[in-house]
Each structure stands twice: as C-alpha cells, then as structure tokens.
Design a protein around this ligand. Sequence first.
Ligand SMILES: [Zn+2]
Length: 210
Amino acid sequence: MAEVTPELVAKIVSDVISEIQLTSIPIGISNRHIHLSEADFQRLFPGEELRPMKALKQPGEFAAEQTVTIVGSKGEQSRVRILGPFRKNSQVEISMTDTRTLGIPAPVRLSGNLADAAEVTVKNGENQITFKGCIVAKRHIHMSFKDMERFRIQAGDVVKVRIQSDGRSTIFEDVEIRPGETFILEMHVDTDEANAANIKPDTVASLVRE
Ligand SMILES: [Zn+2]
C-alpha cells in the first residue's frame, strides 16, 4: 500500500478540485426579455437601429439599449430589455410569476417553440404590435459539442441538475440540452427558478447521474 505522504494528500486534493471544476456548470439568470424580428423592431422603433449595450455570455448575443412595454389582460410591464441580434420570429420570455401579474397565460416551452405560445401586446410609446409569441422559457444548458462529449451527453438528452446553495439546495429535472458549436457552457434559468433555489452569481450546477 502506498505510503500516505503530504505529497500524495496534496495530489488527491488537487485531483478532486479539478474534477469538481471540470463537472461544474456556471448558471446564468435570465430576467424577462424580448427577441424581435427585424420587421417587428421597425414597427416599434421606425427608422432606428438596434443599439447593443452589453455583450452576453453566448457569442454574438447582446442586451440592447432599447426596451419595450409588454401588456397583458391584468397589467403591463415596462422596461423589458430587447436581446439581439434579430431573430426570425419575435418572442417574449417571462417568468411564471409574470404570467399571473400580467395576465398572460404563457406555457413553459423551449425557446423557439412557439406553436402554442400566448398572445402578447408589445408597446413602444404609440407604436404597438400584438402576436402569438409569449412563453415561460424552459430551463436549459448551452453546450458545445466538445462539452457534450466531456459530459457524455447526446443531442436531445434531458438531464437532472443539482444546485448547491445557502439553505435552498435543489434538484431541477426537465433540463434540456441546447447544443451549438460555439456555445459557452452555461445553464439558463429564470428569476423564479433562481429565487426558488437561492441561486447567486457564483452558484454552479452539477449533473446528477442515475
Ligand atoms: Zn439560453
């Protein structure tokens, strides 16, 4: 049996730390926001350019300077940030709490799946559009193909994730994998999910293997 030297202990500790770093997934908390098609943006902001304000973690994605007001049957919410670049279809993403306070019965759907999305009205001053495109975004993990290999994940897998937090450690099921060549490893949850699990900016997720 190998002698337990300080060197051996140091090596084991460092192996464990790198294993933890290798398997931990950073978490991004998404506040309510809107993606717009170029045509819808022009309806709301005639003659304007979409002005990037802050780059997001995923390559090419940004928060814009411009915001809109979203309107439901029970209320409205101003200062909802536009995220760029433009998309093919406009899409509003709100939390489950927002669905109640605004009166917009949006279903939980993966971004881009708008088949039975709720109708929503979006305003900028006097300009407004109404379309079927409001969802509560389904939690997901952005993964490059390299990371998918590392985590032994296949396209289409739905995973279970453990969050270790101060007093609200949580296991989330129904976590979708969003594969993309240039994606940066990051789990996306909304503000309701983040609050439920007491997720802070430095909280990480780890996959639960059965
Ligand atoms: Zn995302």
